[in-house]
Ligand binder design. Structure first.
Ligand code: C5J
Length: 236
């Protein structure tokens, strides 16, 4: 077991039983012209999570930590899209409508896929989910349990929506999760702050909150290749 500085206290984990969970780093949320912007959001807020998340991803790959990605989206016939989700917010563009990156939040479209900086490589499962939570209507739990995973390192967007929902779901399924504050992003700075507060409150009611530098420090101390990979990703 090794431990990373975190709140409310050190996060202890066994790297062999740990997965890096990369949540919804999709063009649809991160770039203008996608689903996120269609809801009235300024997507530029999410961009700053990408460089630290890429460093963590590269380091985990080098350390042999299991990596799993998620994407939020729907079948092209929208048969898995609840009417409630379709109608919510009375947006001018709905899920499934055409946009500059293809049909909004539809699987197989350009906008639905993951951004280049953190794109999955062979051997890293991608879990397509119709909801906000990574465990709802997916085989996430089966994949993690089959690998003997107990600990999760969490990066992704958006902090108070899919990240926090997935973190709560993971907590109820018996995982210990560390959310890396600089590797998650929200369209709302205040929600970013409060969502992270909620996770670590009450002795870590949903889990732990740390940052990429503390996590990379401990990983690099055990796996020199991870330190080199993180440095390479940052251009150091
Ligand atoms: C949202 C997500 N914000 N991935 N999805 O609708 O957080």
């Amino acid at each position: 077991m090794i431990s990373a500085r975190a709140e409310p206290y050190e996060f202890a984990f066994d790297p062999q039983k740990t997965a890096l969970l990369m949540i919804d780093f999709q063009r649809d949320f991160v770039y203008p012209g996608g689903f996120g912007e269609s809801l009235g959001n300024d997507t530029s807020f999410l961009l700053k999570a990408l460089p630290p998340a890429a460093r963590v991803l590269n380091a985990c790959r080098a350390a042999g930590i299991f990596v799993i990605h998620t994407r939020e989206g729907h079948r092209s016939d929208l048969s898995d899209l609840p009417v409630a989700k379709y109608e919510r917010g009375q947006p001018s563009l709905h899920i499934g409508d055409p946009g500059p990156m293809g049909r909004l939040l539809v699987r197989g479209e350009y906008g639905h896929d993951i951004v280049e900086e953190v794109y999955p490589i062979d051997g890293e499962p991608i879990v397509d989910k119709p909801g906000k939570g990574a465990f709802y209507a997916t085989d996430m739990d089966t994949i993690l349990k089959t690998r003997g995973i107990r600990y999760l390192i969490v990066c992704g967007v958006t902090t108070e929506v899919c990240v926090q929902t997935s973190d709560r779901e993971a907590n109820d399924r018996g995982y210990d999760a560390l959310v890396l504050a600089d590797c998650v992003g929200s369209y709302f700075p205040e929600f970013q702050r409060v969502a992270l507060e909620m996770i670590k409150a009450q002795g870590g009611i949903f889990g732990w909150v740390g940052d990429s530098s503390a996590f990379l420090e401990v990983l690099g101390s055990v796996y020199p290749a991870a330190a080199a990979a993180a440095g390479a990703a940052s251009g150091a």
